[in-house]
Design a protein. Structure first.
Length: 232
């Protein structure tokens, strides 16, 4: 070993000699060591990325970004630990895609069981930057909104399909489905009753019969009670 090599940090010498740190083992009473391994790995990646970004090493930056994506999104690593979050938001530019990855991964995979006294996360929680917390709130709001929209879409598709089929069956039997009032209260009324009673009903049915032929006619400006005597 040369003098210059001897002055290198021990970890750098080990990596140069091909002695890489072993990954965390599964099982056993090594939760603390496993957490520390993940924390160290995340900090190393983020510090290397910040260095590459400052030195304008485009290829190195791209390689590290791919590594971070692989670790946070496609890999089996834990969500960003608080030390990693604090470092990332303190050293990377605000528009960095890595910050978005950190926020997104936290929103999808964070578990409160990660915050414990023994691994130091409870102490670091109070130091999380406001920009990160705000980003998490915005991202969670969007994720929850998208999820609710998907649920609503599924409900609408299911409900509409069932209603259309029921309404077509009713129309074939001479019954027209009417949605009444702003709350769209649903009534099934015989076509003959609509045409023979009340000038209002006749007027309503003078419009093109496309809706009525499909078994659906909407009358928003009529009180639901009006249809009481005519409901089949």
């Amino acid at each position: 070993m040369t003098d210059s090599e001897a002055t290198r940090p021990k970890r750098v010498r080990e990596w140069n000699e091909g002695k890489y740190p072993e990954g965390p083992e599964d099982g056993g009473d090594n939760t603390y060591l496993r957490d520390q391994w993940y924390i160290t790995a995340q900090l190393v990646m983020l510090k290397a990325y910040a260095f590459a970004h400052r030195t304008l090493c485009a290829k190195f930056t791209d390689a590290l970004e791919h590594n971070i994506v692989d670790a946070y999104i496609t890999g089996d690593t834990s969500p960003p630990w608080h030390e990693a979050v604090i470092y990332a938001f303190g050293h990377l530019p605000s528009g960095s895609s890595v910050l978005k990855i950190v926020i997104d991964t936290h929103c999808h995979h964070f578990d409160e069981n990660y915050d414990r006294e023994d691994n130091g996360q409870l102490q670091f929680r109070a130091q999380l930057p406001n920009t990160f917390l705000t980003g998490v709130m915005d991202r969670l709001a969007k994720l929850n909104g998208d999820q609710q929209a998907k649920v609503d879409d599924c409900r609408c598709i299911d409900t509409n399909d069932r209603y259309v089929e029921l309404d077509r069956t009713a129309a074939r039997n001479g019954i027209i489905t009417i949605l009444v009032g702003t709350d769209c209260v649903k009534y099934g009324v015989r076509r003959a009753i609509l045409t023979q009673h009340s000038q209002y009903f006749k007027k309503a049915l003078e419009v093109p019969w496309k809706e009525a032929e499909e078994g659906l006619l909407q009358l928003e400006d009529v009180e639901p009670e009006t249809f009481g005597p005519f409901v089949d």
